[in-house]
Design a protein around this ligand. Structure first.
Ligand code: BGP
Length: 501
């Protein structure tokens, strides 16, 4: 019989990240992370990194002094840092999880802040930090919500960035493994779904320091060859990810451990063979990291790129077998937009935060969000089919959503029909991938299910949530939570297992 709809046990839910949601950045024994030194920005005003160790550094940085205890040296008193308080999940987790449960969430994606568990990133544990996440997991499990944990989402302890130059150093693998093993062991009976590094492939954008800095504690602009430095960092992370997969399965064979990549499909602008071939090359960039995670080795085009450009990526002899033995159980990915490649253009896109690249043109057939992200629901089906046919692994959409400015009416309501429309169109296409294309899809966690800080701009006004949080771009606000119109809509989607959209 032809089975219709989403599978039983489909993991509907929402997604967040500590650096954008948790706040309490110096409470409970936590120390500063790289993301805490990034100011708020806007669409046309890039976020600034206000900490550096090198006097001659260039880029969007300013010298604010040496790293002291806590964080004083990374703070510019004139600037606002949205991660410090964010929307304060730390003090609101019970209230927020109650609201997620009311929507019927089957899963909730969050990340563990490394510097809350190991304040300096070294092998010293902060018991209070472990206790915090323990309480969060208990609260989720109380309502039957599966935690989906990103081990590392865009932050690293400041101390490691300072002393080791972050992931440039091979020693960081060892420190990270200590942190990862600590949480894998501690929560082995509470958490089943894990992902290693959030959007590991975003770092490929070496023209904007924010990606390398937050993900890896490295400012690629300080390197003579930014791209080579990025590949070295990423090699260390890929090895660490493979070690986590192996260690995790040893700790609990039932763990499902995945990777997490940002997936922005690239279409050819036209049927001109040059456009088609360019799009194929651009897709190599998209696959680069997932290929290693899923197949356990670097693909031919990757090795050729290094050879052609004369890159010398340092590896230890055992790395090849580590990568091979640490293949992921599933592919987690974010999907927000698609892109097009046109062979006869080349633009400067340094600091572009709208997903555009030097070869891309706006797609004339689709609209964009207020932040220039091209809205393409069919692209989510294209992404699912492409990834599934390439890897034949279960897929998990762990981020998707519309960043928009919400208006609170006088009666306190928020009529976010545009968000409902966006999500509905994407879920419809996602359903086709399951029903028609036979994709093995584990779940769907909508990004920023409760309002949180935008990563690319640091704004509050770029909201994604079903739940509104009273907090403004300048940090003011009561933090009061209220339901948007999309709250009831999503509750019904989950209740009907995606049948009623
Ligand atoms: C992804 C990140 C998230 C999140 C999301 C939306 O790249 O994994 O952390 O922020 O994008 O982006 P933004 O917040 O910039 O709108």
């Amino acid at each position: 019989m032809h089975k219709k709809g989403f599978p039983k046990g489909f993991l509907w839910g929402g997604a967040t990240a500590a650096n954008q949601y948790e706040g309490a950045y110096l409470s409970g024994g936590r120390e500063a992370a790289t993301s805490d030194a990034v100011t708020a920005g806007s669409f046309d005003h890039p976020r600034m990194i206000t900490y550096k160790t090198d006097d001659n550094a260039v880029g969007q940085t300013e010298r604010m002094g040496k790293l002291p205890d806590g964080a004083a040296g990374l703070i510019d008193p004139e600037s606002y840092y949205p991660s410090h308080a964010a929307t304060d999940f730390y003090h609101h987790y019970q209230e927020d999880i109650r609201l997620f449960a009311e929507m019927g969430f089957k899963s909730f994606r969050l990340s563990v802040s490394w510097s809350r568990i190991c304040p300096k990133g070294t092998k010293e544990i902060n018991e209070e930090g472990l206790e915090f996440y323990n309480s969060v997991f208990d609260e989720l499990l109380k309502y039957g919500i599966e935690p989906v944990v990103t081990i590392n989402h865009f932050d690293m302890p400041m101390y490691l960035a300072d002393e080791y130059d972050g992931w440039s150093s091979r020693d960081t693998i060892d420190n990270f493994m200590f942190f990862a093993e600590t949480i894998l062991r501690r929560y082995k009976d509470k958490v089943k779904y894990w992902m290693t590094f959030n959007e590991i492939n975003n770092q490929r954008n070496v023209s904007a320091d924010i990606f390398g800095w937050t993900c890896s504690g490295v400012r690629f602009s300080e390197y003579k060859n930014k791209e080579e430095a990025m590949y070295q960092v990423v090699h260390h992370q890929l090895v660490a990810s493979a070690l986590v997969v192996q260690k995790g399965h040893e700790i609990n064979p039932n763990f499902k451990i995945g990777c997490m990549c940002s997936f922005v499909p690239v279409y050819p602008y036209s049927c001109k063979p040059e456009d088609v071939m360019l799009a194929t090359e651009c897709m190599h960039e998209r696959f680069f990291f997932a290929d290693v995670h899923a197949r356990g080795h670097y693909s031919g085009y990757a090795l050729k790129e290094w050879e052609r450009k004369g890159y010398n990526i340092k590896m230890e002899p055992e790395d090849i077998s580590v990568l091979q033995k640490g293949k992921v159980d599933f592919i987690g990915f974010s999907y927000y937009m698609s892109n097009v490649a046109k062979s006869d253009i080349h633009k400067d896109v340094s600091n572009a935060m709208d997903g555009s690249a030097e070869y891309s043109e706006p797609n004339p057939y689709i609209k964009s969000s207020g932040w220039g992200w091209q809205i393409d629901p069919i692209g989510i089906r294209y992404a699912l089919v492409t990834l599934y046919e390439r890897y034949e692994l279960p897929l998990f959409i762990v981020e998707n959503g519309l960043g928009a400015i919400d208006v609170i009416e006088e009666d306190g309501s928020c009529k976010d029909d545009y968000r409902i429309e966006y999500l509905k169109a994407h879920i419809q296409e996602m359903k086709k991938a399951v029903e028609l294309d036979g994709v093995d899809l584990m779940g769907y966690t909508a990004w920023g299910c409760i309002d949180l800080v935008s990563f690319t701009t640091g704004e509050m006004k770029k909201r994604y949530g079903f739940i509104y949080v009273d907090k403004n771009n300048d940090g003011s606000g009561t933090l009061k939570r209220s339901k948007k119109k999309s709250f009831d809509w999503y509750r019904n989607v989950i209740k009907s297992n995606g049948e009623q959209l």
